[in-house]
Design a binder for this molecule. Structure first.
Ligand SMILES: Nc1ncnc2c1ncn2[C@@H]1O[C@H](COP(=O)(O)OP(=O)(O)O)[C@@H](O)[C@H]1O
Ligand SMILES: [Mg+2]
Length: 249
């Protein structure tokens, strides 16, 4: 039996009167890629912000590695990495210096920060550009540096919020390979997307969200098999069947 690493229980969050997240519960097992899938406005980002201690739930709780985001937020933060959609880099510093800086921020000593920085840049295919200033990098390369930053300090669980929105196909494939490589090394990953094909390819299990709720949760294949021969239907078809709407905006 797989070991639960993250458990979300009855999460609620409203903005004004609007229920952005309306009673969300799920478990993520150690070493899996778990996808939160749903159209824009479904509540994916609000959920991931609560899981990662950025936003306090109105009610409900999350435990990660046995620690509560409400009572032990600092312990939770030491277990997680967050790959934000927006860039969070010092443009005038080199890729290497950015990584060392953020490594020091998560408490690494200088030697360890430099060692991890070099290893992360190697992992993401950026070793040749380690000393290059970030403001000279392409958008896709900056995203990869950002991912390298989120891996400093060896997080056990990595959050990614729509990591492939608006990037070129080459960087997108590099990101897919990286995510799979991290999972193969034992990392647990929570990933949001509104791209059905991407979730189908990458995720071990997915939760489909709509209107702040989870409307289905299982392996992509099992979800597909519930509406037809799994090799002939897509997760897009599953969403359409469940909601009567197409997932595309
Ligand atoms: N800070 C906020 N203030 C007000 N409304 C918000 C805020 N964040 C999200 N919302 C609303 O909550 C709902 C869910 O948003 P979000 O979690 O960003 O969805 P997703 O990431 O799936 O696109 C949307 O209707 C959005 O407009
Ligand atoms: Mg979002």
């Amino acid at each position: 039996m797989a070991e639960a690493f993250l458990t979300a229980q009855e999460l609620h969050k409203s903005f004004n009167e609007h229920k952005a997240v309306d009673g969300v519960s799920f478990t993520i097992y150690k070493g899996e890629i778990f996808g939160l899938l749903g159209p824009n406005g479904a509540g994916k980002t609000t959920t991931i912000r609560m899981l990662s201690t950025v936003l306090e739930p109105d009610s409900g709780d999350v435990t990660i590695g046995g620690y509560s985001v409400r009572r032990d937020a600092n312990a939770v933060r030491s277990l997680i990495g967050f790959w934000p959609q927006e860039l969070a880099l010092y443009e005038e510093l080199s890729a290497f210096d950015n990584l060392v800086f953020f490594g020091r921020m998560v408490g690494l000593d200088g030697k360890e920060a430099r060692a991890q920085a070099a290893a992360r840049l190697e992992l993401l295919g950026l070793a040749q550009r380690a000393k290059g200033r970030v403001d000279k990098f392409s958008g896709g390369m900056k995203r990869r540096v950002n991912l390298a930053v989120s891996l400093m300090g060896h997080p056990e669980l990595l959050f990614m919020d729509e990591p492939t929105v608006g990037i070129d196909p080459q960087s997108r494939n590099n990101i897919y390979d990286t995510i799979e490589g991290l999972r193969d090394k034992g990392m647990t990953i929570l990933y949001t997307t509104h791209y059905m094909e991407e979730a189908n390819r990458l995720c071990d299990r997915v939760a489909i969200m709509d209107g702040g709720r989870i409307i289905a949760m299982d392996t992509p294949r099992e979800l597909r098999s519930q509406i037809g021969p799994p090799d002939q239907v897509t997760l897009e078809d599953v969403f359409l069947r469940l909601t009567g709407r197409s997932l595309r905006d």
